[in-house]
Design a protein around this ligand. Structure first.
Ligand code: ADP
Length: 170
C-alpha cells in the first residue's frame, strides 16, 4: 500500500489508527499531542492512564502504546515517544523505532490504514530532512507493505521536505 502526504490537521484524519507524537508520561502535552487530546475528548486521557508503563511511569523513547480513540474518526490512537534530538544518544535509531513500533501495533490490531504526524519535528527538534528520510524508509519496509500510510504535516515547508524525500525513494 502507498504512502501519502497531506498538508493539514491530523485530528481530521480518517484512518484506522492515528499516531500521536506523545512524551514518555503519556499524559498529553503541547503541539500535536494537545491537539489530539482536545479533539478526542477526556476519554483519551483516561485511556492513556491505563496503558502499561515502566515502574517509573514512563513509555520509553522509541516505544509505542495503543488506546481507543475517543471522539476521533479512528479506531485507535497509537502514542509514541519520539527522541528529543539534542538529548538522545542515537536519535535516528529511536525515531526509526517509533515509526516501526507504531506500525507493528497497528498491524497487530488489525489496522489497514495509519496516519502519522512528523514525530519529533516540533519541540523535540529533529532536523526535517533527516526525519523525513527515516520516516519514509521505515514505511517502505516489507513488514508494513499492507498498511496505507498518510503523513499529516503542518506547513508548506515540511510538506516540501517530505515530498522531496518520498520522490527520491520512488
Ligand atoms: P514533538 O514533541 O514530537 O516534536 P510536536 O507536537 O511539537 O511533537 O510537533 C510534531 C509535528 O507536528 C510538528 O511538525 C508540528 O508542527 C506538527 N503538528 C502540530 N499540531 C499538529 C496537528 N494538529 N496535525 C498535524 N501536525 C501537527
Amino acid at each position: 500500500m502507498g504512502i501519502h502526504i497531506v498538508q493539514g490537521d491530523i485530528t481530521r484524519a480518517l484512518a484506522d489508527a492515528i499516531v500521536n507524537a506523545a512524551n514518555p508520561t503519556m499524559l498529553g502535552g503541547g503541539g500535536v499531542d494537545g491537539a489530539i487530546h482536545r479533539a478526542a475528548g477526556p476519554e483519551l486521557l483516561a485511556a492513556c492512564k491505563q496503558v502499561p508503563l515502566t515502574e517509573r511511569g514512563r513509555c520509553p523513547f522509541g516505544e509505542a502504546r495503543i488506546t481507543a480513540a475517543g471522539k476521533l474518526n479512528a479506531r485507535y490512537v497509537i502514542h509514541t515517544a519520539g527522541p528529543i534530538y539534542s538529548q538522545s544518544e542515537a536519535p535516528a535509531l529511536v525515531l526509526a523505532s517509533s515509526y516501526r513500533n507504531s506500525m507493528r501495533l497497528a498491524l497487530e490490531n488489525g489496522c489497514k490504514s495509519i496516519a502519522f504526524p512528523a514525530i519529533s519535528c516540533g519541540v523535540y527538534g529533529y532536523p526535517l530532512n533527516e526525519a523525513a528520510e527515516i520516516a519514509v524508509s521505515v514505511c517502505l519496509e516489507d513488514e508494513f507493505k499492507s498498511l496505507e500510510k498518510t503523513f499529516y504535516l503542518f506547513g508548506e515547508d515540511i510538506v516540501q521536505v517530505w515530498r522531496q524525500v518520498l520522490s527520491q525513494h520512488r
